[in-house]
Design a protein around this ligand. Structure first.
Ligand SMILES: [Zn+2]
Length: 323
């Protein structure tokens, strides 16, 4: 694992590092911002920096015993708490060992660092259990919460953390990084970054996976649905085979495309579209939650609602004419 942060995090890194160097590092930090912009990596780089015994130019040296233990994933003073499965809850059973860990003496004589990611995955019991540790952290204990949705975290937890909002990169910075990381040409990287909504790590995932092909399938499916060549039921059935969250993102981007197009200019009916976009955000949260919604039903609802919006806003005929 790399022991340096991403180029677009430079300013935030320098700030956090200055807290370390002047002995002002708080006991609890919350790193928040969009998903797939490298927040968890920032947290890990910070953990290694704090544990490293001889940092070089603000980052961990990567050489010392502490760094070796950290890189091997066996540092006894480091704890990473993530859900057992992506999208599932972090349960209270997982939080309990954390309290014990935070209460004991560091085995390497320095800091103990705990990362919880994403922090909104904690259910109420877990959050309450964590709160106790946050209220009375031991000496030299650093708890880093990583969050894409800080408003879903108990206010009592949020208020005990110093908030650090991590940014998305400028397009040029994101593209440059993506080129180095993927080894692909500029045009491929620019297209992937665009499909990723500007999130560089997602851009990399798109390049390294078959997501671009899936996006093409999605676009064809939506074209057919909007043209009345595909039923909602069939379209939902096809949608279930595609990666859900990425497809909800793709649908959001498609709709933003309509919002920017002349089709909606000057139309008070744009309100329907914005209300629908809000609904899509809720759908995304449902798909990310631990409630296990039935994907076929979710997609039927999403597509049916989109068809109604097209009808209400009088967009369907215009879309058809424009194609
Ligand atoms: Zn080191």
């Amino acid at each position: 694992m790399t022991h340096s942060y991403y180029p677009w995090q430079n300013r935030h890194w320098q700030e956090v590092n200055s807290w370390i160097e002047t002995g002002r590092l708080p006991h609890s930090l919350m790193l928040w911002g969009s998903s797939e912009i490298g927040k968890l990596d920032f947290a890990k780089v910070l953990a290694q920096r704090v544990l490293c015994s001889s940092p070089v130019e603000s980052v961990a040296c990567g050489q010392c015993k502490q760094c070796q233990l950290f890189t091997a994933g066996s540092h006894p003073d480091f704890m990473l708490l993530v859900p057992e499965e992506e999208g599932k809850a972090i349960k209270v059973d997982a939080i309990r060992p954390l309290a014990e860990f935070a209460g004991k003496t560091a085995s390497q004589g320095g800091w103990r660092v705990i990362i919880v990611a994403p922090a909104e995955a904690m259910n109420t019991n877990s959050a309450n259990a964590l709160l106790k540790t946050l209220e009375e952290p031991g000496d030299q204990v650093l708890i880093v919460l990583v969050s894409h949705q800080p408003n879903r975290i108990l206010p009592t937890i949020r208020s005990r953390c110093r908030l650090v909002s991590l940014p998305m990169p400028e397009t040029a910075t994101g593209c440059e990084w993506l080129q180095k990381a993927s080894g692909k040409d500029m045009a491929t990287c620019a297209a992937a970054l665009d499909q990723a909504g500007g999130k560089p790590l997602r851009g990399l995932r798109i390049i390294e996976s078959d997501l671009q092909e899936r996006y093409r399938e999605f676009t064809e499916l939506m074209d057919r649905l909007e043209n009345g060549q595909e039923t909602i039921l069939n379209a939902a059935r096809s949608m279930v085979m595609l990666p859900h969250l990425d497809m909800v993102d793709a649908l959001q981007r498609r709709i933003y495309g309509y919002v920017r197009s002349p089709l909606l200019q000057g139309q008070a009916k744009a309100e329907w579209v914005f209300r629908y976009l809000e609904k899509l955000s809720q759908v995304k949260r449902r798909l990310q939650s631990s409630s296990n919604p039935n994907p076929q039903l979710v997609w039927e609802e999403v597509l049916m609602d989109w068809k109604s919006v097209l009808d209400l806003a009088g967009l369907n005929t215009q879309v058809r004419d424009a194609q």
